[in-house]
Design a protein around this ligand. Structure first.
Ligand code: UTP
Length: 317
């Protein structure tokens, strides 16, 4: 399918969403349910990602999935019988909930036979791009970056400085070993965004020890990558964990002189990929929900009081 550029205000037609990982941190749920379909309140993470991509003007989502695990794409289907039944029953709010995902995005499946790494997964998606696409977005469905809008800032930086642009977060030194970490320099050119939030990347290290980390600025699951990434991905060899790492391909492009910048995001981030991040995300979204928020606040207050009382009793006795 070919989509016209006029429909894509930032020139980004396609977002690649790698969803072929094993989801081991979410077992046993992920035996049968892809983690991207786990709901944050009532909406699966993949729909929240689609909403963010649609805000950038993206219209096609290349979802990288494991063989026989296409349920994630099913979420973007039409569901005519369900829509008809709900319509007949006058449940129009529910009808719009059913139809929403399919209206946001056209999904395309890209199959990854074996989980050989994030870099491998992204590389496979080149086959769905049109010839005129010189930039692609990559969004990790585990990461919620809030408030939505950082991708637009990244597109603005690419328009001004060229090359590839990534989203960065500041973490504590104890946390860097979990992430791809940036080695940065101040930028020399003028950009419309505040200089403190845009940096040039001179190197990138995947999951370093704290003592070897070049900074505490880490990659946060949002990438705007020049098409040159696919050539770099073909030339890297397995890195950390024996996997083909996206970080290594970006590092290769930097070494070869390709401009890479980061936009430092000041908002919040939820990691939906493991229960320790998913539960707070549900609480956060739940508390903000107009229907469930007030009752949830009371429930949480009661639960906290109960746990505090139990802790105090066990300290005494
Ligand atoms: P993660 O390593 O965080 O996800 O990969 P995972 O492998 O599913 O999680 P655990 O560690 O087993 O719990 C980051 C993203 O890259 C995708 C994952 O689906 C996730 O969205 N990925 C990773 C692939 O699509 N293919 C791979 O080979 C590896």
């Amino acid at each position: 399918m070919s989509l016209s550029f006029s429909a894509h205000p930032h020139g980004v037609k396609t977002v690649i969403v790698p969803a072929a990982g094993m989801g081991t941190r979410f077992l046993p749920a992920t035996k049968t349910v892809p983690k991207e379909l786990l709901p944050v309140v009532d909406t699966p993470g993949i729909e929240l990602i689609a909403e963010e991509a649609a805000a950038l003007g993206v219209s096609r989502m290349a979802v990288v999935v494991a063989p026989n695990k296409q349920e994630v794409l099913g979420h973007f289907g039409q569901f005519p019988e369900l829509v008809e039944t709900l319509t007949q029953r006058g449940k129009l709010e529910q009808v719009s909930k059913v139809q929403r995902a399919g209206q946001l995005m056209t999904p395309v499946a890209v199959e990854q036979d074996k989980p050989l790494g994030l870099g491998h997964a992204v590389g496979l998606a080149e086959e769905v791009l049109d010839d005129d696409e010189d930039v692609v977005a990559v969004m990790l469905p585990d990461d919620l970056v809030l408030p939505v809008g950082v991708l637009e800032k990244m597109a603005q930086v690419r328009a001004e400085l060229g090359g590839s642009v990534l989203c960065a977060f500041n973490v504590s030194p104890e946390e860097v070993f979990n992430y791809g970490v940036f080695d940065i320099q101040e930028i020399s050119a003028d950009v419309d965004l505040p200089a403190e939030s845009v940096k040039r990347v001179v190197g990138m290290v995947e999951k370093p020890e704290a003592s070897e980390a070049p900074s505490t600025l880490v990659a946060a699951g949002r990438y705007l990558l020049d098409r040159a990434i696919f050539d770099a991905l073909r030339r890297i060899t397995p890195g950390k964990g024996g996997e083909l790492q996206l970080t290594d391909a970006i590092e290769l492009m930097i070494k070869e002189g390709h401009p890479v910048h980061i936009v430092i995001h000041e908002g919040k981030r939820h990691d939906l990929g493991n229960p320790a991040g998913y539960i707070p995300a549900c609480v956060d979204f739940g508390l903000s929900h107009p229907v469930y928020g007030p009752a949830l606040r009371k429930s949480i207050t009661d639960i906290l009081a109960e746990h505090d009382a139990l802790a105090a009793a066990s300290e005494q006795g």
